[in-house]
Ligand binder design. Structure first.
Ligand code: MSP
Length: 659
């Protein structure tokens, strides 16, 4: 059986987990789930890195011993992961006895191979990075990471003959293009190797300076350098050298951010080579999550708490957002506006509406029994083909750590399915009594929706499970993947349980009202309830000259709080009690068309409007006008005779947001 072993960095325990740590771990979780759906024997490892100066300093600050301190913070990481829906199989700590034994064995092996020597060394030591820098690596005499002046330390230490393996490593990376991915990081490592700045690696610290570390097996006056110790976690957690899991799962894949590219791309492969062990399969490197284009930091007060996000917006939606928003490899900006935008557009509008529309119709027209059917028309065959292509693209892209693109490929299908609902109009088939055709259309829709849910289980495990249950699938609630053969699922529409009971529609991904959201946030900040609609008058003087600016300035957030969308008019008639009003039923991609009354009866004949696209505000408070409810407002421009409807210049999917 094919195996898949994925690791995250082991996190330092000198700070609490934040969005950055959560991202890497959520991606690893999604990758592990994805490979489980492919039927692979999968192992997912995370853990904590607990040795080194930084830990000693952080513990001292808190008045704790290093041991007490690492137990506490490591526990926080360990407890956080299940609360974010993460199902790691193992959790490694560098203070575990098993890990310490493995590190000592590894050191001895490299020592016996003649790759460790003792020497005097003077270097620029950065306490922040816990490493020495060469003159060449410093930028204007400062540490390039921390921009602080390192201390010059001269002492006797042990060195790993890394330079001996650098030419070999370069050849290896050249011969294996996807060893380090994406490409930009591979290029960065090759440039590093070609720069000549890399030397042998100092791998010890004298105990006179640091005791919180693993003792060298060949000299009890020294402890092991924290990075040399930490990297070995990836195999110590597999019970290396003798444990059966090492033979079973190694080599695996690593997932890291760009900050720790060098230890993973240079130190680790050369260490493995020296110890005579196979190299990892892939190093997957991602960028940083920024907040308003700045790095998250405690002092700036812009650290995003992943648990808080999961609780406020739903864990699955948060996970989806992280994978969809960050193009793996590049930096991405985190903002709640962007999160709400994705939830509303991709989840509530595209995916949620598809589910609710189709399940509503299955309930109404098939008494919630999954109908039988097969592709009959050109449109059916086209959608079946698109389903297969979208899934294949999804699989291929996901496998190669291109998560945003993989989800986009899947959403092409989701959006096409919504269009297929519009074009096949099952309600019209029902009205015309075309029962067979109706069943066939619903069958195709439900079968494709099942494929979408199967793909999404890796990213949104809870929601995908709920979606599959709604489609009549039998799903245990013990974390078992919904399929072990996702690759074969891509080949056909088969798999739907014809005759099974589908659930009634539910609001899988409720729309988030950005205005209410903002109000909530403001209230939380101010400690008092404020109206989100309150116009922010920023500059009174400007307002005084109101002739040029007749309306007060509003913030971008208020503008964004308007739910502006394009809809397709399905029915239009005159209001029975008001000459100037038309009653319109407009499809915005929601479960049911929406009723909006519009004062355009003098300018448009109802029959001319059916099939036309219009722009509207949807989140206006509903209003009763002459006995009929109006849920929104259609946008027009011009006055009197020249009153014209606003329309997109080409047809767009019903419900498209106006941005
Ligand atoms: N202990 C080392 C890793 C040793 S692995 C053998 C370490 N720990 S860390 O706590 O600093 O974690 C760094 C990792 O956390 C990054 O590589 C990344 O996975 C994650 N992130 C921390 N901040 C991040 C962002 N702002 N954005 C994205 N991920 C980030 O380095």
């Amino acid at each position: 059986m094919k195996t898949f072993y994925i690791t995250t960095p082991i996190y330092y325990v000198n700070a609490n987990p934040h969005l950055g740590h959560a991202y890497t771990t959520i991606v690893a979780d999604a990758m592990s789930r994805f490979h489980r759906c492919l039927g692979e024997d999968t192992l997912f490892l995370t853990g904590t890195d607990e040795h080194g100066d930084k830990i000693v300093q952080a513990a001292e600050k808190r008045g704790l011993t290093p041991r007490q301190f690492v137990d506490e913070i490591s526990g926080r990481f360990r407890d956080l992961w299940p609360r974010l829906g993460i199902a790691n199989d193992r959790f490694v700590r560098t203070t575990d006895e098993e890990h310490k034994r493995a590190v000592q064995k590894f050191l001895q092996k490299v020592y016996d191979a003649g790759d460790i020597y003792f020497g005097e060394f003077g270097g620029h030591y950065c306490y922040g990075c816990e490493r020495f820098y060469t003159e060449k690596e410093l930028e204007n005499g400062l540490c390039p990471q921390h921009l602080t002046k390192p201390d010059f330390i001269s002492e006797k230490n042990y060195f790993f003959r890394m330079s001996k393996y650098l030419p070999w490593l370069r050849e290896y990376i050249l011969a294996n293009p996807d060893f380090i991915r994406p490409e930009r990081y591979r290029a960065e490592v090759l440039a590093m190797l070609e720069s000549g700045a890399l030397e042998d690696l100092c791998i010890s610290r004298p105990k006179t300076r640091l005791t919180w570390g693993i003792e060298l097996p060949f000299d009890s006056n020294y402890v092991c350098y924290v990075w040399f110790d930490a990297l070995i976690n990836y195999i110590s957690a597999l019970g290396w050298p003798d444990g059966p899991d090492f033979a079973r799962y190694w080599p695996g894949e690593h997932l890291v951010a760009k900050d720790i590219l060098k230890p993973h791309a240079v130190f680790w492969p050369t260490m493995l080579k020296s110890a005579g062990l196979p190299l990892y399969r892939h190093l997957n490197v991602h960028g940083y999550w920024l907040v308003r284009d700045t790095k998250m930091s405690k002092s700036l007060g812009n650290v995003v708490d992943p648990l808080d996000m999961g609780q406020r917006y739903g864990l699955d939606a948060f996970r989806y957002f992280l994978l969809r928003e960050m193009h793996f490899g590049s930096d991405a900006s985190f903002s709640e506006e962007a999160l709400v935008g994705r939830i509303n557009a991709d989840l509530a509008n595209d995916l949620g509406n598809l589910y609710s529309r189709v399940l509503t119709m299955t309930a109404k027209f098939c008494a919630s029994r999954i109908p039988e059917g097969m592709a009959q028309t050109e449109a059916d065959r086209a959608i079946a083909e698109l389903c297969a292509t979208a899934m294949e693209n999804y699989l291929q892209l996901f496998r190669n750590a291109r998560f945003a693109q993989a989800l986009e490929a899947l959403w092409e299908l989701v959006r096409a399915l919504n269009k297929y609902v519009d074009s096949e109009a099952p309600w019209a088939l029902a009205k015309a009594g075309q029962q067979e055709r109706l069943k066939c259309v619903l069958h195709i829709l439900l079968a494709c929706m099942r494929k979408v849910a199967l793909c999404l289980w890796a990213v949104m495990p809870k929601a995908a499970r709920a979606m599959l249950v709604q489609l009549g699938e039998e799903m245990p609630d013990d974390g078992t993947p919904p399929t072990r053969d996702l690759a074969a699922e891509a080949g056909s529409l088969a798999g739907l349980r014809v005759g099974a009971q589908a659930a009634p529609a539910s609001n899988l991904f409720p729309r988030i009202d950005p205005a209410a959201q903002m109000a909530e946030q403001e209230a939380a900040v101010a400690g008092a309830s404020k109206s989100a609609q309150k116009v922010q008058v920023k500059d009174e003087k400007r307002l005084a000259g109101a002739a040029a600016a007749p309306l007060p300035e509003i913030s971008f957030d208020i503008f964004k709080s308007l739910d502006l969308r394009v809809g397709t008019v399905r029915e239009a008639e005159r209001h029975p009690k008001a000459d100037r009003l038309l009653r319109l039923l407009i499809d915005f991609g929601e479960a049911e068309p929406r009723q909006i009354l519009s004062g355009i009866a003098e300018y448009y004949a109802p029959e001319d409007l059916v099939g036309r696209q219009v722009c509207a505000v949807l989140n206006l408070a509903p209003r009763k006008i002459r006995g009929l409810m109006s849920c929104g407002m259609v946008l027009t421009a011009g006055e009197g005779e020249r009153c014209r409807l606003l329309t997109p210049d080409e047809t767009v999917p019903a419900g498209s947001p106006i941005t």
